[in-house]
Design a protein. Structure first.
Length: 83
């Protein structure tokens, strides 16, 4: 089960502002936000919020595609980037 909690990155460490429910140890993905609390979006990147995709939806999608990540990064897969 995926959970999202807010935190602050300070002095090389992440401090969570609320404890995740029923999790003692887990891998995490950390996304840095700008000063206004909004994710910086490079030019040309899709803004998921505008498509109705929440942070939790995005985290679940990322987790479901994680099994493909290693294969996708192989040099021979570059052909798909040019399509």
């Amino acid at each position: 089960m995926l959970q999202t909690v807010e935190g602050i990155y300070r002095n090389g460490k992440v401090e969570v502002l609320e404890a995740p429910s029923k999790i003692m140890e887990s891998r995490v993905i950390i996304t840095f936000l700008d000063e206004n609390g909004q994710k910086n979006v490079p030019e040309g990147e899709i803004k998921l919020e505008e498509l109705g995709i929440t942070r939790q939806d995005a985290a679940e999608l990322r987790a479901s595609f994680e099994t493909f990540a290693e294969d996708w990064e192989l040099p021979e897969m570059d052909i798909y980037d040019r399509m």
